[in-house]
Design a binder for this molecule. Structure first.
Ligand code: FMN
Length: 245
């Protein structure tokens, strides 16, 4: 596949088929992605690969944790205070989840959310419909493989930057091989269920997850192609005229 075609074809897949991904293919995709550049070539990330029984265990464990978190957020103030004091039921991920979006980014987030729910026919006030859609994140959208990306705590922002470059390389390699992916910040909410299955070095912090597999056919959700900002709005304005160009 040509580079431009792979770039254009890659999109977030949120419904995977049952078709398995062979270990050899997964190995090949990850190996391709290791050619990604990184700060002083340190490759400051670690990847936990969940498939088979491990993945099924996580697929059972995570959705109820998400349900409980949502009911807590919608429940009484007293319960919320208790949870804050005991940490019970709260996410135990390494990075604080983004809940308050900056004013200038909130409209972009809203537009993407509205476009998605509109496509799926989920009405604005349909809390259950939205919840169920969000919950699919924790079922890995039925993917046969989930990856969890951890970043070294010692390189500040450069570890997540390098991991991001690695992730995009991996997603493009997967696209090239006819597979689909979805990067998932949602999968960084809880670290503890992963500790049960993996020996994660303490100095590596859970950044995000990635579901990977073959795209399910005829699923409306997989036709979602959220609009991008016009290039102009991403360019820093120059003192004289158009920024940078
Ligand atoms: C770091 C990162 C985290 C993301 N987290 C989620 C997520 O938790 N759930 C989800 O459905 N999509 C998630 N996405 C996918 C984005 O929503 C998606 O990339 C964006 O809307 C653009 O759509 P496209 O990937 O189809 O081009 C994430 C993407 C990135 C890069």
């Amino acid at each position: 596949m040509e580079f431009k075609e792979a770039m254009a074809r890659r999109h977030s897949v949120r419904a995977f088929s049952d078709k398995p991904v062979s270990e050899a293919l997964l190995d090949q995709l990850l190996t391709t992605a290791t050619s990604a550049p990184s700060w002083s070539n340190t490759q400051p990330y670690q990847i936990a690969v969940a498939r088979g029984e491990v993945l099924e265990d996580l697929r059972e464990t995570l959705p109820p944790m998400f349900d409980d978190l949502v009911s807590l957020a919608r429940g009484s103030k007293l319960k919320q205070i208790k949870a804050k004091l005991t940490n019970e039921g709260l996410p135990d991920g390494d990075f604080r989840p983004v809940t308050d979006y900056p004013k200038d980014l909130q409209p972009r987030r809203n537009a993407t959310g509205h476009q998605l729910y509109e496509l799926l026919g989920i009405e604005r006030g349909d809390k259950l419909g939205r919840h169920q859609q969000m919950r699919e994140n924790f079922r890995f959208f039925n993917a046969p493989v989930a990856l969890f990306i951890f970043v070294h705590e010692g390189l500040d922002v450069y570890s997540p930057l390098d991991a991001g470059i690695f992730l995009q390389s991996l997603m493009l390699a997967a696209t090239d091989a006819g597979l689909g992916t979805c990067a998932q910040g949602a999968l960084a909410l809880w670290r503890s269920p992963l500790e049960k299955h993996f020996d994660i070095p303490e100095n590596y912090k859970l950044l995000c997850g990635l579901s990977l597999g073959y795209e399910a056919e005829n699923e409306t959700i997989n036709t979602f192609r959220p609009e991008r900002q016009p290039l102009e709005s991403l360019l820093v304005p120059g003192k004289q005229g158009r920024g940078g160009l």
